[in-house]
Design a protein around this ligand. Sequence first.
Ligand code: NAD
Length: 383
Amino acid sequence: MASLIEEPAVQVDNVFNKYADEFGPEKIVYLYEPRCGLRGIVVIDNSSIGPAIGGIRMTPTVNTEEVFRLARAMTWKNALAGIPHGGGKAGIIADPRQMTIEKKETLIRQFARGIESLNQYIPGPDMGTDETAMAWVRDEIRRSVGLSSVLGGIPLDQVGATGYGLAVCAETAQEFVDVDLKGARVTIQGFGNVGQHAARYLVNPKRGAIVIAASDRDGTIYNSNGLDVEELCEHIQQHHGVTGFPGGEVLPIDAFETLECDIFVPAAQPDVINADNAGTLKCKLILQGANIPATQEAEQILHDRGIVSVPDFVANAGGVICGSVEYRGGTKSNAFHEIEEKIKENTHDVLRFARIHGETPRAAALVLAQERVKEAMSYRRAN
Ligand code: NAD
């Protein structure tokens, strides 16, 4: 029992000592309900622009530091996206794959009741939670995004909001790099929700790119003449992996490190572009579909090599923009319109700023996001 009480306090102290600054965090809340075994964490990092939107992550290893870092990333992403929301995130320490659906529902509902009074936090889906979980949250506290369409939601994974944003980002980035999207050769690491939709929107005749390689946990599928993306997506529906696809040859999982292409879309794990491979990647443009797929060191190496790497919180903001439109009662077409408008403008502004000031796109994006948050903070009561 003692560790359950001490551990959160120690974790909160560590996070404050390591990260607290002029922006936040505003609140770190621990939820503990021994009867059902709920242990939850909520971090509201900064709500100056509006109530914080961010997902509920349900994994056995989620901790305060991880939730804080994700909440801070949402502060920048939401500010830069120009949606009326601050940054926050939540974690439930549990393994959803190791429990019955009834148990999961109990934990989520208990968690929702625990955050009812935290009205500066609007929950959305993240790893381990989905639109059903968001429906339970809404049933308890009338507040969540990422709902199914029957509840007025815009199912962002089904419509491919994040993938669409990546394609819009590519269209705009062409102006800043020697890449013509028509005929551009694309490799995609991680052919899940984000990767598949990004592929679909990039090869759409309006853009005309060619996907030459796609990977998942089992390996890479490669075709130098271009993979048939629709057939590959269909294959994954049935076989749950890219490597058995007959329309290409199988390469190792890390083939992205050596394949020559125009555009590389990391859409799987953090830190896959690092000091070991950033010096040798053979691409001209990187669209960060995954969250933090490149280390800070790698971003600098890519920049020095003239590779344009559009950071996650610019390129993959389609999902949260969709969530924000849903929260305001908008439709799918409103969401796509807003994604297009905002990602186009932000990609342009960030890459232009980076070029003028000789900064990495990530550093440029951070400056622009911080300017917006600081302006919003200036309107708040000082004490
Ligand atoms: P997903 O689970 O649907 O797909 C992940 C894919 O990555 C799977 O195909 C998996 O096999 C593959 N993968 C895992 N490890 C790999 C590796 N080492 N090499 C190659 N492939 C690997 O997840 P998703 O929703 O597509 O999200 C992908 C990333 O994008 C995550 O970092 C997520 O946080 C981020 N993201 C997602 C959204 C969204 O709208 N879903 C929005 C913003 C950011």
